[in-house]
Design a protein. Structure first.
Length: 128
């Protein structure tokens, strides 16, 4: 996108501060001004969007926060129960080692292309 020129006047103090910032960042003065304008416009857009987002989601924020908290609690409980189950079932290995290896296999399985939730994968097929 082609850039357009604009002549802007700054007080000597503001110009000196902008030049110092440009030297510190090792960029052109124009780049510092462009970044400042872009940040300002971004904040303005966010400020205009905030009331709309609040109107759409505001009444649901508390419920969402509660669901997130319940999810963390359920995850911790499932982790604790899984460790207890592994400790009871796998007597000849350290439970933390078994859990770590299972986690690594699960992560590798999820990263493999074509693996989706609900499909068969080597994660769910017992090794022989």
């Amino acid at each position: 996108m082609p850039l357009s020129d604009l002549k802007v006047r700054f007080s000597p103090a503001d110009l000196a501060a902008l030049e110092a910032e440009a030297r510190g960042k090792k960029v052109a003065l124009a780049e510092v001004v462009r970044q400042a304008v872009a940040e300002h416009l971004s904040r303005q857009t966010s400020a205009r969007a905030a009331p709309l987002i609040d109107a759409c989601l505001g009444k649901h924020v508390d419920r969402l926060a509660g669901l997130i908290a319940k999810t963390f609690i359920a995850t911790d409980m499932a982790n604790w129960q899984s460790r207890a189950l592994v400790a009871a079932l796998v007597k000849d290995q350290e439970p933390d080692t078994v859990m770590r290896e299972a986690r690594l296999r699960a992560m590798a399985d999820l990263r493999r292309s074509g693996t989706e939730i609900g499909t068969d994968s080597d994660l769910y097929i017992p090794e022989r």
